[in-house]
Design a protein around this ligand. Structure first.
Ligand code: EPZ
Length: 433
């Protein structure tokens, strides 16, 4: 006789989601605005004295954090459920406070527009995070090409434009790697520079194209966003704008994967297919039926086949959906090879999936996933924003109860994640200590 010791849940020590697995989903899930666009668009308000109004802004902790950082710089911030108004007419300083920057890496987006607007900026170096060291070498090299003097001391990046004009000068920048953040930082710095800037080997992500759309709406002159070469013709001044953030392609992909892992039929809307090309191809290869309907997309899944994934810069398979897709592959028929090429430490969810009975073998940045018939519910930990979502998906399909800790990560990138899933048939409770 085998004695199975099941730990009885003691008092809740950290916020967690309790998921009862095995339920089918049905209906429609609404996708919020893109976190990774809204954050950089908010920083662009620093480029103008006029008010910038952004709509379709997701209600996330990261958005609130960026609002606090901009407020500390002197921006007047007003927020509603899905909109934000930013008045940067009177900036009080050019140094966001360390304690705020340290909690939100995206605050580094302020350095480019602060330099462009004020001719100086002091921004704490964004730390690494669990998925990697997250260097900003390309950002710094590009700012120097545009005429800034940049030094890094005691963890602070200090940048200033020498000379009386204190205005950056356009230049030709070649990025060593197509960094999303570096591309966006340098687009904003170049927007007010004197002359033309060319960014070669630029990132192609939809969020980069969204930023170019905003800069042009504010009176900037940006051409070529979405191609490897972006040309920015600097202007003297930029004005305010009223601009809608694109839908969050990563959130949309996460919900399509929730339908796949529960073998459900679910409509996700809005979805811009061009923003998810590589993911949609892999979902079809895995046996899903996808029905686009102009604004949204329905996914139907009954059997899931193994597929291989290799994360790449856009338009390749996005690193942000690698963990959620791996949860699906853990229940697929056959063996999948998943290679994480973007971040050096973004496979920490493997150990958590193994706790749920997943059969995964690791070798460096490669995971070999042997699909199993059923995962089993267990207490697991989300180790970063997307890994937390991946564990919730695994819980949806597992036998029994799964508890997921790491909600401080989840809430940064997914607005009301459990509420949206419960509305289409999931059974998830948020337990607070
Ligand atoms: C953005 O991060 C996103 N964040 C990330 O989303 C996303 O995973 C990433 O782009 C890749 O798509 C935001 O937009 C706020 P990178 P970013 O600079 O700009 C290396 C999420 O879960 N690199 O394109 O920091 C770097 O080490 C987050 O929503 C250099 O080597 O990404 C990494 O390996 C996570 N040198 C790769 O490039 C540099 O100077 C991609 O980084 C800069 C980057």
């Amino acid at each position: 006789m085998t004695l199975t010791v099941v730990p009885t849940p003691t008092s809740i020590v950290a916020p967690q989601l309790e998921i009862t697995g095995g339920r089918r989903l049905s209906g429609e899930v609404r996708v919020s605005g893109a976190k990774n666009s809204a954050l950089v668009l908010m920083a662009a308000c620093l480029l103008s004295r006029d008010t910038l109004r952004l709509t379709n802004v997701p209600p996330l902790t990261d958005i609130a954090g960026m609002g606090e950082i901009l407020t500390a710089l002197g921006v007047r911030v007003r927020r509603g459920q899905d909109w934000v108004e930013l008045d940067a007419s009177h900036l009080s300083q050019s140094t966001p406070p360390y304690e705020l920057v340290n909690s939100l890496r995206a605050s580094f987006f302020c350095i480019g527009p602060l330099l462009a607007r004020l001719g100086m900026a002091k921004v704490p170096l964004p730390g690494g995070c669990k998925i990697g060291s997250r260097p900003v070498i390309e950002h710094v090299k590009g700012l120097k090409t545009l005429g800034a003097q940049v030094s890094i001391e005691h963890g602070v990046v200090s940048a200033a434009v020498p000379g009386r004009s204190q205005r950056l000068t356009g230049g030709r920048i070649h990025l060593e790697c197509p960094s999303v953040g570096a591309t966006e930082t340098l687009m904003m710095a170049a927007a007010l520079a004197d002359g033309e800037t060319v960014i070669e080997n630029a990132a192609l992500e939809p969020e980069v194209v969204d930023l170019a759309g905003l800069l042009n709406a504010m009176g900037g002159r940006v051409l070529g966003a979405g191609t490897p070469t972006i040309v920015i013709d600097g202007v003297e001044r930029m004005h305010g704008a009223d601009y809608a953030v694109i839908p969050d392609r990563i959130e949309a992909g996460t919900f399509l994967l929730a339908a796949a892992i529960t073998r459900s039929a679910l409509r996700v809307t809005p979805v811009i297919p061009e923003h998810l090309g590589a993911v949609l191809t892999k979902l079809v290869d895995a046996g899903c039926e996808l029905i686009p309907d102009g604004e949204g997309m329905t996914l139907r899944a009954s059997h899931i086949q193994a597929v291989d994934l290799r994360t790449q810069p856009f338009p390749g398979f996005p690193t942000d959906l690698q963990a959620p897709f791996m949860s699906v592959l853990a229940t697929a028929q056959g063996t999948s090879m998943v290679v994480e090429n973007i971040f050096e430490n973004r496979l920490q969810h493997v150990a958590e999936l193994q706790r749920m009975g997943a059969d995964i073998r690791m070798q460096g940045n490669t995971a070999l996933v042997e699909g199993v018939a059923r995962l089993s519910g267990a207490p697991v930990q989300g180790t970063d924003l997307r890994a937390s979502a991946a564990m919730v998906l695994a819980g949806l399909a597992a036998d029994g109860i799964t508890t997921v800790q790491g909600l401080e990560f989840l809430d940064r990138g997914y607005a009301d994640f459990e509420g949206k899933l419960n509305a289409v048939g999931a059974s998830i409770r948020r337990l607070e200590p």
